[in-house]
Design a protein around this ligand. Structure first.
Ligand code: FAD
Ligand code: SF4
Length: 495
């Protein structure tokens, strides 16, 4: 065991595992992050953690990961103990260790005037080592309660809910309409950002713990929701928020214009050797990605790998500032410009452009140009766009393939055919403080209740809904709460 160094941050600069070289990684589908990491270097990085009295980093992490604890354990070389502390709050640390935008890091105390601790990389290193060493094994429950729970949707929210409920002793069946388990972790997030074997080995762990998985079952279409309710003591809807927002302008029905999600899912399927029906790829094309967010970035990066001639990412918003504005101090998430991993690999970006029309100049039925206008926006006090101010019109952008990635409009409820489900003004499923929907015994978790979000929130939602379902079935629950649950079930059913 090493001697503790409370001034580690003064002696050691921040070092991250980092990324592979941008130009070379853009030619393949292997992960974009460096493949190797140095255990000693990460122990040193753990030493930079000051173990603050008020760990603001934990406030930045939606599941309240015990960051200072595992930083210290890694620093002291106690990796297996670090893994146990990581699993205490997070069912799938590799999902977050690879994909999380790490809101914990800007919230780290060091980030107020120095470089934050490399929290996300330490998380990834702990769980990578856990898999390598064989420390991650099935943990089936000792006894069964006799209750049955159906989880609909197998993204990170559904999988976290299933694992927690199973560990509480309930019999869990996960229903997924796709042909594979994993939700957006499999069909959405590109393979080079998150390798799919990491989902498969977790699903195997869950199977070995006793969870039953049914793929190719679209609840509402193949099995009515009411029938599911009749067969199970509780139902959890973790169906995501997968309804893509559209651009309703003239020319939208031309060929060569598709949702980013269709495009990304098709590439996930190609990489897995599964059939893909007639979805355009970017080879040799001038690609325009509409939307300045992370889904847009994944479209840009995929277009590079498919051999696009040119890639332009267009945002309706102005370019964010380089420095934090005064109204956005630490420990808030910085609203500053950051060049995405995708644009580091190539391509260009344009800001403050609004699409007015898609144009087919040669009459072959396929898009050739996008007509844009340069705009500013008046906004309300929440920063939402209220009124458009036109600065310039008639801006033409050549395009052979347009990918729409301007966000999502909530869960796909139409297939469920159930008028008893009510939605909020934000188009997500309405729930009470127990995460129960408008139908008694039907609970909601993940993007279906938050709107399109990030993986760590989905895992937290899954953990919380499991605790609520357990309490509803048993009167109390011994499952831990991950988020600030407004109405935690109490007293606990003894650990
Ligand atoms: C392209 C893209 C990239 C992203 N990249 C990141 C990232 O890098 N980092 C990050 O933190 N977050 C990222 N996100 C967000 C993250 O993936 C989601 O927030 C997260 O997956 C939500 O989890 P979920 O379990 O709520 O839903 P989902 O992962 O959306 O899973 C929902 C599942 O429910 C299934 N389903 C829906 N309806 C039914 C039905 N009626 N019957 C049966 N099954 C049904 C769907 O097929 C799907 O598999 C990304 C999102 C997208 C779109
Ligand atoms: S899950 Fe995300 S926010 Fe939480 S500690 Fe890990 S990287 Fe940070």
């Amino acid at each position: 065991m090493s001697e503790n160094h409370p001034d580690g941050f003064l002696r050691h600069p921040r070092r991250t595992i980092g990324y592979r070289d941008a130009r070379s990684r853009a030619r393949d589908y292997r992960q974009i992050y460096a493949l190797e990491w140095d255990q000693n270097e990460l122990s040193t990085q753990g030493q930079r953690c000051m173990d603050c009295g008020v760990p603001t980093c934990m406030g930045g992490c939606p599941i309240g990961n015990l960051i200072p604890e595992w930083n210290d354990l890694v620093y002291r070389g106690l990796w297996e103990e670090a893994l146990a502390r990581l699993h205490a709050t997070n069912n799938f640390p590799e999902f977050t260790g690879y994909t999380c935008p790490a809101p914990c890091e800007p919230a780290c105390t060091l980030a107020s005037n120095d470089d934050a601790v490399t929290i996300k990389d330490i998380e990834r290193a702990i769980v990578d080592r856990g898999w390598e060493e064989g420390w991650i094994v099935p943990r089936p429950p000792n006894e069964r309660t006799g209750k049955r729970v159906a989880v609909v949707g197998s993204g990170p929210a559904g999988l976290a809910a299933a694992q927690q409920l199973n560990r509480a002793g309930h019999r869990v069946t996960v229903f997924e309409r796709n042909d594979v388990i994993g939700g957006l972790m499999v069909y959405g997030i590109p393979d080079f950002k998150f390798a799919k074997h990491m989902v498969e080995r977790r699903v195997q762990q869950l199977r070995d713990e006793g969870i039953d998985f049914r793929t190719g079952v679209n609840i509402g279409v193949d099995v009515p929701l009411a029938q599911l309710q009749a067969g199970f003591d509780a139902v959890c809807l973790a169906i995501g928020a997968l309804r893509s927002r559209d651009v309703a302008v003239p020319g939208r029905d031309l060929d060569g214009i598709l949702f980013g999600m269709e495009y990304l899912t098709a590439e996930n399927r190609r990489q897995a050797g599964r059939p893909v029906d007639g979805v355009d790829d970017a080879r040799g094309r001038r690609v325009v990605v509409l939307g300045g967010g992370d889904t847009g970035a994944d479209c840009v990066a995929t277009a590079h790998r498919q051999g696009a001639r040119k890639v332009l990412q267009v945002s309706i918003n102005p370019r964010p500032p380089e420095e934090r504005p005064a109204h956005n101090p630490w420990p808030q998430q910085p609203q500053t410009y950051r060049r995405t991993y995708a644009l580091e690999e190539g391509g260009e970006e344009a800001f403050s452009l609004n699409v007015a029309a898609f144009v087919d100049t040669d009459g072959d039925g396929r898009v050739d140009r996008i007509e844009c206008e340069r705009v500013d926006w008046n906004r309300d006090r929440h920063g939402r766009r209220t009124e458009k101010i036109l600065r310039e019109s008639g801006i033409g952008i050549p395009a052979d393939l347009v990918l729409i990635a301007i966000g999502f409009e909530g869960p796909e409820l139409a297939p469920l055919h159930d008028a008893r489900l009510t939605i909020t003004q934000r188009n997500v499923l309405e729930t009470d403080e127990r995460k129960m929907s408008s139908i008694p015994g039907v609970f909601v978790a993940g993007d279906a209740s938050r709107g399109q979000s990030i993986v760590v929130w989905a895992i937290g939602e899954g953990r919380d809904v499991a605790r609520q379902i357990d309490a509803w079935l048993m009167g109390t629950s011994r499952l831990p709460a991950s988020l600030q649950t407004p109405n935690p079930p109490s007293p606990q059913r003894g650990l």
